[in-house]
Ligand binder design. Structure first.
Ligand SMILES: *Cc1c(COP(=O)(O)O)cnc(C)c1O
Length: 452
């Protein structure tokens, strides 16, 4: 047991390879599926041809790779060095506020130290790098609250690649600061739906006042990439290669927990599309297979969008308009529109197919929690540890606190590790609403489907 609080590693300890969970799965992952409007199913070769117009070959190879370890390019490690290894801390002040006995310990990995303030640059950087390597001059993408868009704009600036962001109009108008950040890094940001794409014009023709949705923004960004050979599309969560890039988080955490001379009994992360959770948990899944860990892996999602706990495990589209292939995953239905919780990054109808499969096979547990309880936990954490968490990350904090309280009540020792996926400096409006007592809890039933 160490009496330290902060378990830092220097830049020479950045892992040299990402961990690919695919070869360690009990069953091979199900392939993506595309059914055309006339009902024909495309072959995997045909799907591959479309994907090659959207993503770099290197990312597509990673998407299906059978290699357990995939080398991180030196140029990517050089950029990782500007903020990695991220710190791992013991939440001693939070433990004190909770009155925990010495055998109950809370550790967290802090991803808010990146320039974007979240884990998202961990994948934006390699994605921009691989695109640059393959001669791509522009990347199009969508963003909701703006976390992904800002991560990609920073990565684009670093590697000299243009970034065009379709930002859901309601966020574009209500959350100007993320937009300003993206523009400052050199990105071009549009309020989606736009008049620049067929998909956008189609929506505006039917509803000129449309406030947009992530599904529409995806359709616009994909269309831009499909129409221009010099442009690729990029996604910040869900896909296998995105989860792969995030595994740097868990690998560092394993080394840092060794410095703390502790093994976690439970590893916790919030889940929107599943990438930061995969980042911290997949390396521990591997460690369990090696017989070195018996940690429970716990995914936490909002009750307003309870994909893993109340969704169905089946093939579904990744977006509302049907521009993406279908994937086997937990889903609430691609036309499900969750209630407007402040954790915008957790409002996705589906989840990473790899994470979904591991939940389905019983390797990973999932729970859903309420918005107000999350903010209670976030504010308790902020007052104890000083870091203002992103509303998304507060889901992991609440679960960590509940695990600690349960162990205390049962008189058990427990080492808890959670991923603090980002800071909340751009989410002050959410804290303002919380401070004013204006937040509400939503049931899953409060969400609506577009077809209704
Ligand atoms: C985007 C985001 C999430 C949700 O995305 P995942 O892919 O599930 O990790 C969680 N936390 C923060 C801070 C985010 O920016």
């Amino acid at each position: 047991m160490s009496d330290k609080t902060r378990f830092g590693l220097d830049e020479t300890r950045i892992p040299e390879a990402w961990y690919n969970v695919i070869p360690d799965l009990k069953n091979p992952p199900a392939p993506p599926k595309v059914v055309t409007p006339d009902g024909t199913e495309l072959s995997q070769e045909q799907i591959g041809e479309v994907m090659a117009k959207l993503f770099p070959m290197e990312c597509l190879k990673q998407e299906m790779s059978a290699d357990r370890w995939i080398d991180i390019p030196g140029a990517v490690i050089d950029v990782y060095k500007t903020y990695r290894p991220s710190p791992l801390l013991r939440a001693r002040q939070l433990e004190r506020v909770l009155g925990l006995p010495s055998g109950v310990k809370i550790f967290f990995k802090y991803e808010g130290v990146s320039a974007a303030g979240s884990h998202k640059p961990n994948t934006a950087i390699p994605q921009a790098y691989y695109n640059k390597q393959e001669g791509i001059t522009k990347i199009s993408t969508e963003t909701g609250a703006g976390q992904w868009g800002s991560a990609l704009c920073i990565a684009g600036a670093l590697f000299g690649i243009d970034v065009e962001v379709f930002m859901v109009k309601v966020s574009y108008e209500q959350k100007p600061y993320r937009r300003i950040l993206m523009e400052t890094y050199g990105g071009t940001v549009h309020a989606s739906p736009t008049n620049l794409t067929d998909a956008g014009r189609h929506v505006l023709a039917m509803d000129p006042d449309s406030t947009g949705s992530l599904g529409i923004a995806i359709s616009e960004a994909v269309e831009v990439a499909l129409k221009d050979p010099g442009t690729h599309y990029s996604l910040g969560s869900v896909l296998n290669h995105v989860c792969l890039h995030q595994t740097i988080v868990g690998q560092e955490a394993i080394e840092q927990m060794a410095l703390a001379e502790e093994e976690p009994d439970v590893v916790i992360g919030c889940v929107g599309g599943g990438s930061n959770f995969a980042g911290i948990a997949f390396p521990y899944y591997h460690r369990k297979l090696e017989g070195k860990s018996s940690a429970r892996l716990l995914a936490v999602e909002p009750k307003a969008c309870p994909t893993l706990t109340a969704g169905e495990y089946r093939y579904d589209l990744g977006d509302e308009a049907g521009m993406t292939p279908q994937m086997l995953m937990y889903t609430l239905g691609h036309d499900f529109v969750p209630a407007g919780i402040h954790a915008g990054g957790l409002r996705y109808h589906g989840d990473s197919p790899l994470l979904s499969q591991l939940v389905h096979e019983g390797e990973i547990e999932a729970i859903a929690v309420d918005q107000i309880a999350c903010f209670d936990a976030a504010v308790m954490f902020a007052r104890a540890e000083g870091i203002l968490p992103a509303p998304e990350s507060s889901h992991a904090i609440l679960a960590a606190i509940n695990e600690a309280k349960a162990a205390h009540a049962a008189g058990e020792d427990k080492v808890i590790l959670f991923n603090l996926s980002g800071h909340g400096h751009f989410d002050l409006a959410a804290y303002q609403a919380y401070n004013a007592g204006e937040l509400v809890d939503f049931d899953f039933a409060a969400g609506t489907t577009l077809s209704e």
